[in-house]
Design a protein around this ligand. Structure first.
Ligand SMILES: [Zn+2]
Length: 234
């Protein structure tokens, strides 16, 4: 442990799969059943807001009752016990990292349990369905309330902070991500450029596997707690 001072952790759908949330890109995943261009783009929301809202209302219902699993808990423990800087960047829109206790967290693709007003940019916690006639409490206009999730064609959140953290990290851990969605898929190259050690923890080798110095494959609830123990005891 003494060897590392600044850790960046990137997480994806594979981390939450064992909490019962569907992954997006796997066979049988969400994008096998819905077309991205129908439900997850600004153009889709402009064309057919009801279908887009319904798609995310279903996701929101699913995210409300879920519980963090042993992998989320291990990462929260690592953050609490690690004496240096640790930043967790997640591609997941579920609330499982924060439910497990992670504090320094960046939701780069937004949060399903928040609503965003397309008219004025106001954001607020949101547990219920969003409807097309919902009025924004900040600007009083209707028709603009949408989930606070980053759609395809939109810029992920807090990228400057993320690149700054990657540029100074000495350990980069990528967990449960398929390695084919940019910009997150490019983070390992940024970490390597900063001379960080790079580790992949994933169910199977990702598309970016060749970029990592170390890789451990298996279920997140097994490999993540084991890796965290190793790190904290080294
Ligand atoms: Zn508004």
């Amino acid at each position: 442990m003494a060897t590392y001072k600044r850790i960046v952790i990137l997480t994806g759908a594979g981390l939450s799969a064992e909490s019962g949330l569907s992954t997006f890109r796997d066979k049988g995943g969400i994008w096998a059943k819905h077309r991205i261009e129908d439900v997850a783009t600004p153009a889709a929301f402009a064309r057919d807001p009801e279908s887009v809202l319904e798609f995310y209302n279903t996701r929101r219902k699913g995210a409300r009752g879920v519980k963090p699993n042993a992998a989320h808990e291990a990462l929260a423990r690592l953050e609490a016990d690690f004496p240096g800087d640790l930043t967790t960047v997640t591609q997941n829109i579920d609330p499982l990292h924060e439910k497990a206790g992670t504090k320094n967290l960046i939701h780069m693709h937004g949060e399903i349990l928040k609503a965003l007003c397309a008219h004025c940019g106001a954001k607020k916690p949101w547990e219920e369905d969003i409807t097309i006639d919902q009025v924004c409490g900040a600007c009083n206009k209707d028709g603009g309330m949408r989930p606070d999730v980053v759609w395809f064609g939109e810029m992920p959140y807090r990228m400057e902070e993320i690149y700054a953290a990657l540029g100074r990290c000495d350990l980069f851990i990528s967990i449960g991500t398929s390695g084919n969605v940019y910009p997150a898929a490019g983070f390992v190259a940024e970490a390597r450029a900063a001379h960080a050690h790079t580790v992949e923890l994933n169910l199977e080798p990702s598309e970016g596997i060749s970029m990592f110095a170390e890789a451990i494959h298996g279920k997140a609830t097994q490999v993540v707690p084991a890796y965290v123990d190793r790190l904290l005891n080294s």
